[in-house]
Ligand binder design. Structure first.
Ligand SMILES: [Zn+2]
Length: 214
């Protein structure tokens, strides 16, 4: 299969989670078992927000200009963004485990810390593809508000009791999470074109010969 050419701006993020906040968690990704961070810079974070339709191209361009003028503010926002991501990852990975209560409390504290700053204007806007998207225009700290829609998406999942339908990809080398929205609750792979396909190929190889005992 032909590979997409890599852009200079870094590896392409994937949008397979089924929820904005899961796609955000999945920016801390791996490709063929090697860890890849698709928001390793503030610029990449802004591009991710645009790719996720959280902001439009015009706003992304304005943010990038502002970041060039205020690099320390952009760096601080990136650190903050990753801190939120780590809390949300802990929530998806361990939110139902035996240490769940502690993990959930820590995630809620982090979510509420972000929501506490959410002073701004909420809007609904139509998209070019005919759909609609919620948007949030923060007042004051322009960079600090960027992660709010992501956090709100996590809040929606919590409120709608969706954690039990969120799973990690069945390929053990793959760190991606997704919500299983299949009626039969049988989604196992992040993406049938990558992990699902590899598993299928492996199964057919094993069916072709007796499985070796390791
Ligand atoms: Zn996978």
């Amino acid at each position: 299969m032909p590979q997409r050419p890599r852009q200079e701006s870094g590896p392409e993020p994937v949008f397979i989670g089924g929820r904005l906040w899961l796609d955000f968690v999945n920016t801390d990704d791996a490709r063929l078992g090697v860890r890849v961070d698709t928001i390793a810079s503030f610029e990449q974070f802004v591009r991710w927000l645009a790719a996720a339709h959280v902001i439009d191209a015009e706003r992304a361009a304005a943010l990038l200009r502002r970041a060039a003028e205020q690099p320390s503010g952009a760096t601080a926002a990136l650190v903050e963004t990753r801190r939120v991501r780590a809390a949300l990852r802990a929530l998806v990975e361990r939110g139902r485990s035996e240490t769940a209560e502690r993990v959930r409390d820590a995630a809620l504290a982090e979510i509420n810390r972000v929501l506490g700053r959410s002073v701004g204007t909420r809007r609904v806007e139509s998209r070019a593809d005919g759909g609609y998207v919620r948007s949030f225009v923060p007042v004051g700290d322009v960079f600090g508000g960027l992660v709010i829609p992501v956090v709100e998406s996590a809040v929606d999942s919590l409120v709608n009791d969706e954690l039990s339908r969120i799973h990690r990809c069945a390929d053990r080398r793959c760190p991606r999470h997704f919500i299983d929205l299949t009626r039969s609750h049988t989604r196992r792979w992040c993406d049938m074109r990558t992990c699902g396909n590899r598993a299928k190929a492996q199964r057919s190889r094993q069916q072709g010969r007796r499985p070796s005992r390791a």
